[in-house]
Design a protein around this ligand. Structure first.
Ligand SMILES: C[S@@+](CC[C@H](N)C(=O)[O-])C[C@H]1O[C@@H](n2cnc3c(N)ncnc32)[C@H](O)[C@@H]1O
Ligand SMILES: Nc1nc2[nH]cc(C(=O)O)c2c(=O)[nH]1
Ligand code: SF4
Ligand SMILES: [Mg+2]
Length: 222
């Protein structure tokens, strides 16, 4: 059975995305192919980050032990785990679970959208301030459905303008959820709201990272 590198696992309220405010069990995988300027989990992406090697069965057993229905797979970049499709297929057999995956927009999600009972995707589009925009795979937009979310993490006016242009050009509102989030501590939330008002951004959600409000923003495992 395949092994997965898990850097942390915990139960918390989901602070982000379409299930924000609900309890979720989090599995955070090691390693990422990008290096966003603002990454709040860069520690999980270093070569020497401590991890637990877990099989699909180990992960599934842990999830069931928590008795929590919502599962969030994150990282690092979860789609880099070589056998992630096997884990997703195992979790998909359990209709009682609601599985979400956070992915960075650089990896083709097609195989994971075509499977039986696919997970809910929150996919980032990395904006200029991340310094990772050139890695974005725009073809992924076509794979997102109404249950999925395309998310833009904004750190500047330039980021906002690029996000707005992409939302408009690809007619994303109505195709999937569209979320704007702030690079934590880098831009005032009022500024984003004013920009949303100025540009009549109907159907777009501003999301806060609730866990960074509830707990110390640098706290792990929450
Ligand atoms: C740590 S990433 C892991 C999943 C995947 N690698 C990705 O980037 O989507 C989870 C989410 O946290 C967001 N994030 C990371 N650092 C952040 C920060 N400093 N402020 C706001 N959001 C941040 C990412 O943009 C992403 O949406
Ligand atoms: N509470 C909490 N909710 C989250 N939603 C997405 C997270 C992530 O790091 O992907 C996250 C996280 O790290 N903590
Ligand atoms: S893609 Fe996600 S995990 Fe990777 S560096 Fe960017 S925010 Fe961090
Ligand atoms: Mg996080």
């Amino acid at each position: 059975m395949a092994q997965y590198k898990v850097v942390e696992r915990f139960v918390s309220i989901n602070g982000e995305g379409p299930s924000a405010g609900q309890l979720a069990v989090f599995i955070r995988f090691k390693g990422c192919n990008l290096a966003c300027s603002y990454c709040d989990t860069a520690w999980a992406n270093t070569e020497n980050a401590a991890f637990t090697s877990m099989s699909e069965d180990d992960i599934y057993r842990y999830i069931k032990e928590t008795a929590i229905k919502n599962v969030t797979l994150t990282g690092g970049e979860p789609l880099l785990q070589p056998a992630i499709i096997d884990l997703l297929k195992l979790l998909a057999t359990d209709e009682a679970l609601h599985v979400e995956i956070e992915t960075n927009g650089s990896i083709d999600i097609t195989p994971y959208t075509l499977m039986y009972n696919p997970p809910v995707f929150t996919m980032d589009y990395k904006l200029p301030g991340s310094l990772m925009e050139s890695s974005m795979l725009v073809s992924n937009f076509e794979r997102l459905t109404q249950k999925d979310t395309l998310k833009f993490v904004i750190g500047s006016l330039e980021d906002f303008n690029v996000a707005r242009d992409i939302i408009h050009r690809h007619a994303l509102v109505g195709k999937c959820n569209v979320y704007l989030s702030a690079v934590f501590g880098q831009i005032r939330l009022e500024e984003i709201v004013e920009l949303m008002k100025d540009h009549h951004m109907n159907g777009v959600n501003l999301q806060l990272q609730m866990h960074k409000i509830i707990w110390d923003p640098n706290e792990k495992g929450v």
